[in-house]
Design a protein around this ligand. Structure first.
Ligand code: PBG
Length: 325
């Protein structure tokens, strides 16, 4: 062997040494738990394709958050399932919409002990299942949608959300939401922009979880990004930061680590990634067959997201993993 003798294995000899030189860490502080709350349920309903997850009642949601806090996961993102849907997704911006009701309950119980995020979109609330207002000829109307997003952000902030997270991929949504929030005095409400959100096939279990079906077998390809594009993500993210995004997100995670890495290098705002429902479901399904060690694969995947440059990760594994970290 050549001199000086390079022997990387020296640094791998003991667990303590490996921890000392580890470049990346994964702790409960790096995890955000996505949670679902449904209007009108008496009991939590299990979500078949997201084992371990439920459409919660407000009560069971509070219990779940207590368990998360006990495991030191202090950030959650809420999604709502309304009892009725309509063309304009009214439940998203109604002060008595299910997410607003749940936010108030969580704010009253947990205050600033946790970070309360609310996903901001219309698809859970619209009868047609699109993320925006649909015109008579079936197009998603960008600018008509912005006004409703701004109203939803204000309703969420009024109810106690510290972070609003627009996921609809309308152009100009961050600016419209910032203007709406500031207009109502919500200068401290943080905007976490789903900046690079791809039209992915990995959202299937989520759509079961929230009961969303796009009319006529439609898709979201006119507003979500094309998985073929890498540079475009940087343009999208830059635009969001210029419009006032405080934090940006890449979604999904594992198939878009190049995007995470690009955005980390090019932008200096906090960056996160969403390890989405399909990513969780694939690991759980293989683990249930005994084909992989589920928790080990989950840990490896989330560590990879951190290594690529994400400051934190939204993940359905948050509760289970937090205990073992
Ligand atoms: C849109 C939204 C979706 C997800 C989060 N916000 C679904 C979609 O774009 O169709 C998916 C999250 C997941 O799959 O875990 N409101």
């Amino acid at each position: 062997m050549a001199f000086p003798d390079e022997r990387p294995r020296r640094l791998r000899r003991t667990p303590a040494l490996r921890r000392l030189v580890a470049e990346t860490t994964l702790t409960p502080d790096d995890l955000v738990a996505p949670l679902f709350v449904a209007e009108g349920h008496r009991e939590p309903h299990p979500i078949t394709s997201l084992p371990g997850h439920f459409q919660h009642t407000v009560d069971s949601l509070r219990r779940e958050v207590r368990e998360l806090v006990a495991r030191e996961v202090r950030s959650i993102i809420l999604f709502g399932i309304p009892a009725t849907k309509d063309e304009f997704g009214t439940g998203a911006y109604d002060d008595n919409g299910i997410v607003q009701v749940a936010l108030r309950a969580l704010r009253d119980e947990f205050g600033d002990e946790i970070v309360l995020m609310a996903d901001l979109c219309l698809d859970e609330y619209t009868s047609h299942g699109h993320c925006g207002v649909v015109t008579a000829d079936g197009r998603v109307d960008n600018d008509a949608t912005l006004e409703l997003y701004a109203r939803a952000a204000v309703a969420q902030a009024n109810a106690g959300a510290q972070i609003t997270a627009p996921s609809g991929m309308m152009d100009g949504q961050v600016a419209a939401i910032r203007r709406g929030l500031d207009g109502e005095g919500h200068h401290d409400t943080v905007i976490l922009a789903y900046a690079a959100k791809y039209a992915s096939a990995l959202y299937g279990p989520f759509r079961e979880a929230v009961g969303v079906e796009i009319v006529g077998g439609g898709d979201r390809k006119t507003y979500q990004q094309d998985p073929a594009n890498r540079r475009e993500a940087l343009r999208e993210a830059r635009a969001d930061v210029e419009q006032g995004a405080d934090i940006i997100m890449v979604k999904p995670a594992m198939t878009y680590l190049d995007i995470v890495s690009d955005l980390r290098r090019e932008l200096d705002v906090p960056l996160c990634a969403y390890h989405v429902s399909g990513e969780y479901a694939m690991v759980q399904a293989a683990a249930a067959q005994g084909w992989i060690d589920g928790p080990a694969v989950a840990r490896e995947q989330l560590l990879a997201v951190r290594r690529a440059g994400a400051d934190f990760v939204l993940t359905y594994f948050a509760k289970d993993l937090a205990e073992s970290l």
